[in-house]
Design a protein around this ligand. Structure first.
Ligand code: DOR
Ligand code: ZN
Length: 345
């Protein structure tokens, strides 16, 4: 049996939800991740430092005495966000990033930013305050094909944001195309990108051919195979621009398998580092797993790396067909199938 030991990893992009769902998501993310960047797209969204603090307290209440896991909080940018909120966020010490959702781009983004120009004055303050901007990088223009929305975002907005604010630290979240991987790789060290396990494991054939599979529907939507291959290359390259962010985004079955539409989001938190290990193993780049999972993220955010380690062995286990999720159930990635690595300590 093969084994690999790496510095304790972190998840730089996750959705923990709230209320009846929080215990389940916190339990999964805190199994071995040291920290996680917690997304603010609740209903209503987390828009103030006080909201974020209350949310953090609810998360911490579930892990006290169980694990040393630390949630890293974010705030949701809107057209109404006041400049003082940026300064307060920076001063809080527990808010690590401001999240920019173009209004209507994805789940719970209706309160997001209607036009990037509306927040340019805020980006200027973030650049000065050295507070990270986390971006959902897709245009919402319905005349743009859904498979092209990430590239259009780069061309129309991201190039300009990076030029106008060269010292602003930007995380291009859950990149899904070669265009994004190339843009980030060729950028300064102020631009980083998270890559999900599902964008590395799957392409649009997995989602669309044979039966349409709701568990694989996420945003940005899975692209063609050549993009998947490009993302694998970027993630496993050892390049410090790229780091682990699962974008694990649970939805109860009634919201995924519904007659009036399927909610976007793939759940991987039950097997996150195990799935990434499988991807790096298949690419014959296990030697770069630690950089991607445990070094590049904290280095980008200017936080210390974790000091302890975890170990995985190549022993497979079965994912159940579903997990209980509130009063409903949740179908995770690999439901009813094997995961090939196991965390042993
Ligand atoms: O697939 C997604 N699900 N993409 C997002 O950007 C949001 C997320 C969610 O909150 O469900
Ligand atoms: Zn997300």
């Amino acid at each position: 049996m093969r084994s690999i030991s790496i510095t304790r990893p972190d998840d730089w992009h996750i959705h923990l939800r709230d209320g009846e769902y929080l215990a389940a998501t916190v339990k999964d993310v805190s199994r071995y991740f040291g920290r996680a960047i917690v997304m603010p797209n609740l209903t209503p969204p987390i828009t103030s430092v006080q909201d974020a603090k209350n949310y953090m307290v609810r998360i911490n209440a579930l892990i006290e005495g169980v694990s040393d896991f630390k949630p890293l909080m974010t705030l949701y940018l809107t057209d109404q966000t006041r400049p003082q909120v940026i300064r307060d966020a920076k001063r809080s010490g527990f808010i690590q990033a401001m999240k920019f959702y173009p209004a209507g781009a994805t789940t719970n983004s209706d309160a997001g930013v209607k036009s990037i120009e509306n927040i340019f004055h805020l980006l200027e303050i973030m650049e000065k305050e050295n507070l990270v901007l986390a971006i959902h990088g897709e245009v919402t223009d319905h005349s743009i094909d859904i498979f092209d929305r990430e590239k259009a975002f780069i061309d129309r907005h991201l190039v300009r944001i990076c030029k106008t604010f060269p010292n602003l630290r930007v995380v291009f979240e859950h990149i899904s195309t070669n265009d994004a991987a190339t843009f980030v790789a060729e950028s300064t060290s102020n631009i980083g990108a998270t890559i999900t396990a599902h964008h590395l494991l799957f392409n649009r054939n997995h989602l669309l051919s044979e039966n349409l599979k709701p568990a694989y529907y996420c945003l940005p939507v899975l692209k063609r195979d050549t993009h998947q291959q490009g993302l694998i290359k970027a993630a496993t390259s050892g390049d410090a621009h790229f780091f682990l962010g699962t974008d694990s985004a649970p939805h109860p079955r009634f919201a995924k398998e519904s007659a009036c539409g399927c909610a976007a989001g793939a759940y991987t938190s039950h097997a996150a580092i195990e799935l990434y290990t499988e991807i790096f193993d298949r690419a014959d780049r296990l030697d770069h797993l630690e950089a991607f999972a445990s070094h590049n993220g904290p280095d980008f955010y200017g936080l210390p790396r974790n000091t302890d380690r975890i170990t995985l062995v190549d022993k497979s286990w079965e994912v159940p067909p579903y997990y209980t999720f509130g009063k409903d159930s949740l179908v995770p990635i690999r439901a009813g199938e094997s995961v090939f690595w196991t965390v042993v300590g």
